[in-house]
Structure formats: structure tokens, C-alpha cells
Design a protein around this ligand. Structure first.
Ligand code: MSP
Length: 507
């Protein structure tokens, strides 16, 4: 059985979830569901990142102790995964015992392998990004330094353990060169390669000026740098250090879905750390773009954050999933606005998909008592269906490269073809002249709707299951192994009453 291990970043619990979190999770969920339908053994992981200065400060600001605070906020993310109908198999929290033990073991392994030394760190640190910066990476504004995103940095001077990252430069470059698709999209890969080619400094991996973290083994005052702690979540969930054969083969098939802002941690630090602890790098990293809100950067200080729970409540989950997946081109940034969302819902979901199903099934009800009207199984010459059966291969090749929007484009091209086919054949007129011919036309379209119901499951789980229910398709026959002529709907199958799936919205 083929395996796939797919992960989202784990989310900081300093604040409530926003659209960016929902986006990363929905992409990952769609890919996980897609390969489950191919019968892959899929493990899908998400969770929360709960240590570090940023979270400690948020707790303090809220007059809570950190543990109570993270317990509370982590629940919001757990709730979000339910609202988004995520199919995750595990939800990890970095404050769990299993994770603390895994991180300690990972640290000790690095120490044993002579990858760690004690020194002093002196330099800039951004609490918002939990990142150390070199001065050349910052901008000077009004006499003080800030990150290119305009975040404040503070000067840190403290004793610190370091990871010998600089030693891994060649190995990393070799990794990028020999694994063509290790980092996708390609443009992001080029950024990483030039970053590494510029030379790597050893990485500060412990802090002493606060205590909310996992203690460095055998020290009193060091906590492990939150990014080491966070990255290790991906192996904790595979039971590291007791990672068994199954865990190791899962790890060989691991894909991290992340936002472009955290690529350096995943594509540079993480593989080096893993190799330093005698583990393989992940198989692949995909970095997606960022959403703006009506053209503006989304930020709490601008007060323009988008609450995923609110928009899901207002427009429906599958509508939001569809919009987020369709609107952005692979890896690029996209702009969120209710106007764009409504126009997608009205045009693609109500008019194209919804209308296709409604009008076909209503006509079929009227002319053929809501039963599948024709035996298509011996038919050698399909009109629209011929294209339909090929759709899955097209969609699959796009999904393998995370081109989710293109995969949806393929599907919607098919939907348009079907609508054109109805318009051209005009079954409402044809019926008066040729009943058999009408039965063939409607059968081809209804069978096509079965294919749509199957192929749309990863993207819009709820609506597609309603479509398949309407066609009376057995739950056992909803996998991609049923996406073929052999599973064609049988003549006489009773269909259910069709209900409206996607109401229109007024602009
Ligand atoms: N805790 C770290 C990740 C550790 S993974 C080992 C972190 N958390 S985060 O909560 O700040 O961000 C999580 C994800 O949300 C990132 O992938 C980030 O790119 C994504 N987004 C945050 N804002 C976003 C947008 N405006 N648009 C799209 N995604 C964005 O980083």
C-alpha cells in the first residue's frame, strides 16, 4: 500500500485562528483526502505550537498562566479543524508529554552526534516571528531596526547553545540538487538555494531569558528554541524516538504544507537538524502564498483579520473551501474580498455546478420517473462521458504538483462541457421527438454527475456526498477505483429528490 504523511504547520496559540490558518489546513486536507480516495495509507497531522516567548507574553497580557492560556487557545484550533471538516488523524500539542520526551531525545541525539556547543548569542530577535536576524536582513526606520514586514526586533545578549548548521551547507545543496521537487514551487526553491549558497551561520537553539519551553536536558536555565521544539512535532506524531518500521516508511513519504514565510525553517534548518540526528529529510515541502484582505496585508493592528468561523457560518464551508482553493494560483498570493467570494459562488457553484445537477435531475424526474433511464454499459460511443472518464488522470497530475486550482479548473471545464451539451441537445424539446435519444443524453449527464460527485470529494466533502447520496451511490463505491465505466449507474436505479446545493447571493 502506498503511503503519504501530510502535515500542516502547527499554529501559534498566541491568538485566535484566522484565514491564513484555515487556508493551510484546507489545502492539506484536500491533498490528504485526494490520496485516501486512491487507497493510499494516509496520515494527516495538524496541531498547535504552544511554547516560546510570544505565547508566554500573550498569556501574561491576558493575566493567565501559560498552561491555562494555551489550553484555552488550543481548543479554538481544535474547534476550527472540526468546523473545517478536516480529516486529520492526529492533533498534536507541543505541551503534551509525548512531545516533550521526543524533543529531549532529539536534543540528546544532536549532542551525542557532536552537533551542539555552548557559546553566547548577541544579535537581533523578532518575537513576532520567533526568529534571529542578522542586521543585513533588517531595515532601519526612524533610528531603529525592523524586519521587512515591519515587525519590531529586540537586541538579545545571552548564553546559548548552538547547532552547527554551517557544516551542513554542502549536504543541503546536494539535497536540493538531487531532489528536483523537494521544494515546490520552483521559484521558492531558487530562493532557498541562493540563501544557502550565501553561507550559513550556526543556529542559536536555546534561550535563557524566559522559561516557557522545554528544558534543555541537564541544564538549569536553558529552554529549547521554540522552532526546534515546533519542527520536531512532525516526528513526535510518528512516535519518535520509538519510530517503528511503519513510522519510518511514513516519514519517507512526508510532505509539509506551509506558508512562504516559514520556508527557511522547513527547507534549511529542519533537514539539517534531521540529518544531524541521523534521520532523513522530509520528502517534500510545498510553500503556499499569502492572502491579503481587499488588497491590504492582513494584520491585527490594521484590524482587518478574517475570522474563518464567521465566513463559514455566513457562506457555508464548501463554498469557502472552493473559493480558497480555486482563487489562488499555485504558490502565489491572493486577495480575499466578499465580492470575489460571492461571484465565485454564484458563477461556479450556483450557475455551473448547481444548475447542471438541478436541471438534469428535474428533467429526468419529469420524463423518466426519477430513474436512471438507459443502459449505457454496452455503449461504445459516448459523447461527453468519454472526456469524463479521462478527467481523473488530468486532475491527478495537477494534484501531485499541488496545483489545486488547476485541478479545479479541469473539473469546471468538464462541467461547462456538460452544460453546453444540454444546451445543444435541448432534451426538453428532444423528448417530444425521440424518447430514446433523450434517455441517452440524460443518462450520460447523470453518469457524469456521478463522476463529479466522486472527484469533488476532496475539495467539497459535504456537497459531494450529497450529490452521491442523491444518485444513490453506495458508500463503498465512492473511491477513485469506481471512477470508470465498469461502475456506470444501472438502468432503473431510483434517484432521490434533488435539493438545491448552492444558493445564490446578492452582490
Ligand atoms: N508556529 C509556526 C509554525 C511552526 S511549524 C513547525 C507558525 N505559526 S503561525 O500560526 O504563525 O502560522 C501558521 C501558518 O499560517 C503559516 O503557514 C503561515 O504562512 C500561515 N499564514 C499566516 N498568515 C497568512 C495569510 N495572510 N495568508 C496565508 N497564510 C498565512 O508560523
Amino acid at each position: 500500500m502506498k503511503e503519504l504523511y501530510i502535515t500542516t504547520p502547527i499554529y501559534y496559540v498566541n491568538d485566535i485562528p484566522h484565514i491564513g490558518h484555515a487556508y493551510t489546513s484546507i489545502i492539506s486536507d484536500t491533498i490528504a483526502r485526494f490520496f485516501k480516495l486512491y487507497n493510499y495509507d494516509v496520515k494527516f497531522l495538524t496541531g498547535t505550537d504552544e511554547h516560546g516567548l510570544k505565547v508566554e507574553k500573550a498569556a501574561r497580557k491576558n493575566n493567565s498562566n501559560p498552561q491555562e492560556y494555551v489550553d484555552m487557545i488550543s481548543k479554538n484550533f481544535l474547534n476550527l479543524s472540526e468546523i473545517l471538516n478536516l480529516s486529520n488523524d492526529d492533533f498534536i500539542r507541543t505541551t503534551e508529554l509525548r512531545h516533550k520526551e521526543s524533543v529531549k531525545f532529539f536534543w540528546e541525539k544532536l549532542v551525542k552526534n557532536n552537533q551542539v556547543y555552548l557559546d553566547k548569542y548577541e544579535g537581533w530577535y523578532s518575537i513576532k516571528d520567533e526568529t534571529f536576524y542578522q542586521e543585513k536582513e533588517l531595515m532601519k526606520k526612524n533610528g531603529s531596526f525592523e524586519t521587512i514586514d515591519g515587525e519590531k526586533v529586540e537586541w538579545v545578549k545571552e548564553e546559548s547553545y548552538f547547532f552547527k548548521l554551517s557544516r551542513w551547507q554542502n549536504k543541503l545543496l546536494e539535497l536540493y540538487e538531487t531532489n528536483e521537487n523537494f521544494i515546490l514551487p520552483k521559484s521558492r526553491k531558487n530562493e532557498v538555494v541562493s540563501f544557502v549558497k550565501n553561507g550559513l551561520k550556526d543556529l542559536s537553539i536555546s534561550r535563557t531569558s524566559f522559561s516557557w519551553g522545554i528544558k534543555v536536558p541537564d541544564t538549569d536555565n536553558h529552554v529549547i528554541y521554540v522552532w526546534i521544539d515546533a519542527l520536531a512535532n512532525y516526528i513526535t506524531s510518528l512516535d519518535y524516538p520509538n519510530i517503528n518500521k511503519h513510522g519510518l516508511s511514513m516519514w519517507k513519504n512526508s510532505i509539509h504544507i506551509i506558508g512562504k514565510d516559514i520556508l527557511k525553517f522547513h527547507a534549511v534548518y529542519w533537514p539539517a537538524l534531521l540529518m544531524g540526528a541521523n534521520l532523513d529529510p522530509p520528502k517534500q515541502i510545498f510553500a503556499h502564498g499569502w492572502w491579503t484582505n481587499e488588497g491590504k496585508k492582513i494584520s491585527k493592528s490594521l484590524g482587518n483579520t478574517i475570522d474563518p468561523l464567521e465566513i463559514v457560518k455566513k457562506f457555508g464551508l464548501d463554498q469557502i473551501r472552493y473559493f480558497l482553493l480555486r482563487e489562488i494560483t499555485l504558490g502565489q498570493d491572493g486577495d480575499f474580498s466578499e465580492k470575489a467570494l460571492i461571484s465565485r459562488i454564484n458563477a461556479d457553484l450556483s450557475n455551473n455546478l448547481g444548475n447542471l445537477i438541478q436541471r438534469t435531475l428535474k428533467l429526468n424526474d419529469k420524463y423518466f420517473e426519477n430513474k436512471f433511464p438507459f443502459d449505457l454499459s454496452d455503449n461504445q460511443k459516448f459523447k461527453v462521458l468519454e472526456y469524463g472518464y479521462k478527467l481523473l488522470d488530468e486532475v491527478e497530475s495537477n494534484m501531485r504538483l499541488f496545483q489545486v486550482n488547476k485541478a479545479l479548473e479541469n473539473i469546471w471545464n468538464f462541467i461547462s462541457k456538460l452544460n453546453q451539451y444540454i444546451d445543444k441537445t435541448e432534451p426538453w424539446k428532444l423528448f417530444k421527438e425521440n424518447k430514446d435519444e433523450t434517455a441517452i443524453v440524460l443518462s450520460e449527464i447523470i453518469e457524469s454527475i456521478r463522476l463529479l460527485g466522486i472527484i469533488l470529494q476532496p475539495f467539497m466533502p459535504d456537497s459531494s456526498s450529497k450529490i452521491l447520496d442523491t444518485l444513490n451511490i453506495n458508500k463503498k463505491h465512492r473511491g477513485f477505483d469506481s471512477f470508470n465505466k465498469h461502475n456506470i449507474i444501472k438502468k432503473g436505479t431510483k434517484l432521490k429528490e434533488v435539493k438545491q446545493l448552492f444558493p445564490r447571493y446578492n452582490v
